[in-house]
Write a new protein. Structure first.
Length: 127
């Protein structure tokens, strides 16, 4: 979905599509990491605190790529917040297609890193 939106679809407002793409990229990566952590026995709340908890778990991993994924997820959340909330007259610069493309690439990297680590250690090398 995120890749489709950064296209953007015909007749859709471009900036709105770019912003939505960023949000879908974040939530796709977040939900994937959260579900992997849940499957590994780490209790991740399904409330707003879960977002930071997922980042914290990933950053605690002994796997370098999972640690990086934690940082990328944290950055992606900031970008998602900007895409969702920095709108209207207060914004000096429109949300660009490149920003949504980078968000989708980050999301893919997070999912790939978590999946690769899970193949070697269900707990993602988190003690």
């Amino acid at each position: 979905m995120a890749r489709v939106l950064y296209g953007p679809p015909r007749s859709a407002p471009h900036e709105a599509s770019f912003r939505a793409s960023c949000g879908r990229a974040y939530y796709g990566a977040y939900a994937h990491a959260r579900d992997m952590l849940d499957a590994a026995g780490f209790g991740v709340p399904k409330d707003p605190t879960g977002h930071q908890i997922v980042v914290s778990y990933l950053k605690r991993s002994r796997d370098a790529n999972v640690k990086v994924a934690g940082g990328l997820l944290e950055t992606l959340r900031i970008e998602r917040n900007q895409a969702d909330y920095d709108v209207g007259k207060q914004v000096k610069k429109a949300f660009q297609q490149k920003q949504s493309q980078v968000a989708v690439a980050r999301s893919h990297s997070i999912v790939s890193s978590v999946d690769a680590a899970a193949k070697q250690d269900k707990k993602l090398f988190i003690a």
